[in-house]
Design a protein around this ligand. Structure first.
Ligand SMILES: [Fe+2]
Length: 213
């Protein structure tokens, strides 16, 4: 894998005063993108480009008014239009920072949907990598606490993503939820193993205390 220059990423966060919650969201999305891409993409350069796009895709939120970004209630139509401009602001920032044009392309399309319902351009055909970034973004957004709502469960998130008719290729939605289900099984197996190890330690300790061994 090529080297992702995290110092460059953090320099951009710091220079543009990107809010902490936005940075955390971008890191979670990047991690999810990395895990999904490792399953389907053989091209390591594309993998790094998309991870970098994930790490930068919302930096333009730094230029959205904080009272809109942190509003604890539903946004008005005008406020939502202003919020949507974060894509345009992100592109401006990344152009100024001379980021690779392919990364800027992924970032510019992260709110587009296959059925034309997305923004800013209402595109109707996304690439495989565009869809992965968009799905990971929406998954993390709905499963995180926001000022205007509590986080949703994985099941509720699945329903939202599957319900977005023709917005995403069903295969990519499946890729995400297959991964999450396997990860859940892995975590359960780890916790079961850990309980078993703890029981063994307690048993041996008690046997020692009681001079059985
Ligand atoms: Fe966004």
């Amino acid at each position: 894998m090529n080297y992702i220059d995290y110092s460059e990423i953090f320099r951009i966060y710091s220079k543009w005063d990107v809010p902490d919650e936005v940075i955390l969201h971008m890191f979670r999305v990047a991690e999810l993108v990395r895990k999904l891409l490792l399953r389907i993409v053989g091209n390591e350069e594309k993998l790094d480009l998309l991870i970098k796009a994930a790490l930068l895709h919302d930096v333009g939120k730094a230029l959205v008014k904080r009272e809109i970004l942190n509003k604890p209630g539903k946004l008005t139509t005008e406020e939502f239009e202003e919020m949507k401009r974060h894509v345009e602001f992100t592109v401006q920032i990344l152009l100024e920072e001379k980021i690779d044009h392919r990364i800027i392309g992924y970032v510019q399309r992260h709110h587009e949907r296959n059925n034309g319902s997305g923004y800013p351009n209402g595109l109707t055909k996304l690439s495989k990598l565009d869809e992965i970034l968009a799905i990971c973004d929406i998954y993390d957004a709905v499963t995180s606490n926001r000022p205007y709502r509590n986080k949703l469960s994985q099941k509720e998130a699945a329903e939202i993503i599957y319900d977005k008719k023709n917005a995403f290729d069903i295969n990519f939605s499946k890729l995400l939820f297959d991964y999450l289900n396997e990860d859940e099984i892995y975590k359960t197996q780890c916790s079961v193993s850990w309980i078993f190890i703890k029981m063994l330690i307690i048993t041996f300790t008690l046997m020692l205390v009681w001079n059985i061994i």
